[in-house]
Design a protein around this ligand. Structure first.
Ligand code: TXA
Ligand code: MG
Length: 359
């Protein structure tokens, strides 16, 4: 009973949202579009519904879910306290791809949502279907990305059906999501400083401008952190390998000519060994490669395209049965920080630096 309707017909879409809201109220699990990726929603107050989400995804139970709201008034029923600094960032970026981790109010949400933590991540998505669904259901909606655990997050309803079709009660098809990578997860301390637990749709640059305070990445998720020590990421989800295609994926960095030369040679050698080859590259260099599956990440001059396309491109590698995959890198500025974070996870942190000085 999967309901896959395109966003083309607003009247039909409204009907689907009503049906989905009813399913949520009845304890069902329903996937829906947000501006980042598709989410798998459940009533965050119902332990049975939340358990169905964990089961459908095959998600480890120590990884908490984000709770989605449609209006500011919902917030006070869910959290103990919102500092002025946190409030300021919500005002700046909600609705939008920002999740704020706050002290959870006791005995409102299912304890499974927070995975036993005393905090909860809250966000107000910037998508008309998501907002209408939350509003109509009257529930705080717990929603992780609607993929099987470990797979790239879904940016199309068809990705959801592919991963979860037989495990969920429905999908509201709102077409392709916009941003393409998940929300930025932050925690704000009493002094107003901001820690980014997961880079995402709102950039560090945007956060520091709005906060007027220091913004740092959780040290445990810095690129070098796997050699720097065994810090535990403050967002439990960040410790898991994610998004990994079935083939081996390596990221190649360095001067663009060297990167292209290295990638072309290695793709050719892999093809010579009889492997199916894939490449993720920017439009500035994509003409330099030959491979069985060539995926464009758009232009380096507008990284929002790479964010929008990344997960579908990774899924295509599996669809095309690619065993050997190489990807170009992008600067870790703006949305580039989130793109590189996800790419490194997909590559199991395999990054080949071609600059002698960077070695
Ligand atoms: O864009 C998004 O955020 C999407 C859409 C559907 O809203 N949702 C999403 O949820 O990406 P999920 O469950 O795939 O990722 C949630 C991330 C995980 O890394 C989790 O560990 C972290 O947020 N998180 C959730 N609650 C937390 C908390 N109380 N403290 C620290 N990290 C938390
Ligand atoms: Mg996820």
């Amino acid at each position: 009973h999967i309901d896959s309707e395109t966003a083309a017909d607003p009247a039909k879409l409204r009907e689907k949202v009503k049906d989905a809201a009813m399913l949520l109220r009845d304890g069902g699990v329903v996937a829906f579009p947000t501006e980042t990726v598709y989410g798998l929603g459940a009533d965050a107050r119902s332990t049975a519904a939340v358990e169905a989400v964990f089961a459908a995804k095959g998600r480890p139970s120590d990884n908490p879910l984000i709770v989605h709201i449609s209006k500011n008034a919902q917030l006070e029923g869910l959290v103990e306290h919102v500092s002025p600094a946190a409030r300021k960032l919500m005002e700046a970026f909600w609705p939008g791809p920002l999740t704020v981790v706050l002290p959870v109010k006791a005995n409102v949400l299912s304890p499974r949502v927070t995975a036993g933590l005393d905090t909860v991540g809250i966000r107000m998505p910037d998508h008309p279907v998501a907002l209408a669904l939350i509003e109509e259901s009257g529930c705080p909606v717990a929603a992780p990305s609607a993929n099987r655990s470990g797979r790239p997050s879904p940016t199309l309803a068809s990705h959801v059906v592919e991963d979860l079709g037989s495990f969920i009660d429905g999908v509201v098809d709102g077409g392709a999501t916009g941003v393409g990578v998940e929300s930025t997860v932050i925690q704000v301390s009493e002094d107003g400083s901001v820690t980014v637990l997961r880079p995402g749709g709102i950039t560090l640059e945007q956060l520091s401008q709005a906060a007027g305070a220091s913004v740092q990445l959780d040290p445990a998720i810095l690129p070098e952190s796997d050699t720097a020590g065994d810090l535990a990421p403050r967002a439990p989800g960040m410790k898991y390998t994610h998004y990994a295609p079935k083939g081996t994926l390596s990221i190649i960095t360095g001067a663009s000519n060297k990167v292209s030369e290295y990638m072309s040679r290695n793709l050719q050698e892999a093809a010579g060994r009889g492997e199916r080859t894939g490449v993720l590259a920017f439009d500035e260099h994509i003409g330099r490669y030959q491979a069985d599956c060539i995926e464009s990440l758009g232009s380096l001059s507008d990284l929002s395209t790479a964010a929008h396309r990344l997960y579908a491109a990774l899924r295509r590698m599996d669809e095309e049965n690619i065993g050997f995959i190489l990807s170009e890198a992008c600067p870790e500025e703006g949305i580039g920080a989130a793109i590189m974070n996800r790419l490194r996870k997909a590559a199991g942190q395999t990054v080949i630096h071609l600059d002698a000085t960077a070695r």
